[in-house]
Design a protein around this ligand. Structure first.
Ligand code: TYD
Length: 138
């Protein structure tokens, strides 16, 4: 079973010029899985928290395209916190971790690269159920 510390920051190449910056995310080399889905969250009110679930199989990379995103990952025992605000950095989130996303600033846009297509059966949305899944209770 994965631990909170199995998550890590991936740095992407960033080409910075006077006319603006361009960051490059390359499948297979930068991302540790085949990308089957891309989704993004916009228009999230400042200070809103989202997530509050875990995935059984899904692997993700979370990239803050704009603003500041706080991410707390929890394996049922240890919590790891990240503050994402660099547009050329992504957070790899392995399966089996409870996550909370804090949209710290008004302009926060969160891009997610995912290893699987959407499947509600892959979600655990109840924290006690998550702890049971992690065999931390019972
Ligand atoms: P969810 O993954 O719960 O996001 P968050 O935890 O940030 O609120 O998704 C929110 C809603 O969107 C939920 O009803 C499921 C739906 N959804 C899809 O239909 N397809 C998708 O690819 C995703 C990510 C979510």
């Amino acid at each position: 079973m994965t631990k909170s510390h199995d998550s890590y920051i991936i740095e992407f190449d960033k080409i910075q010029r006077r006319e603006g910056s361009l960051s490059v995310v390359q499948g297979m080399t930068d991302i540790p899985f085949d990308i089957k889905r891309v989704y993004y969250m916009t228009d999230v009110p400042e200070g809103s928290k989202r997530g509050f679930h875990a995935h059984k199989e899904l692997r993700q990379v979370i990239i803050p395209l704009s603003g500041t995103l706080g991410v707390t990952l929890d394996d049922g025992t240890v919590k790891t916190k990240f503050i994402l605000h660099r547009t050329n950095e992504g957070l790899y989130v392995p399966p089996g971790l409870w996550r909370e996303l804090n949209f710290v600033s008004e302009d926060t846009i969160c891009l997610v690269l995912a290893s699987e297509r959407y499947d509600e059966n892959d979600y655990i949305r109840d924290y006690n159920e998550f702890l049971t899944y992690r065999k931390c209770i019972q």
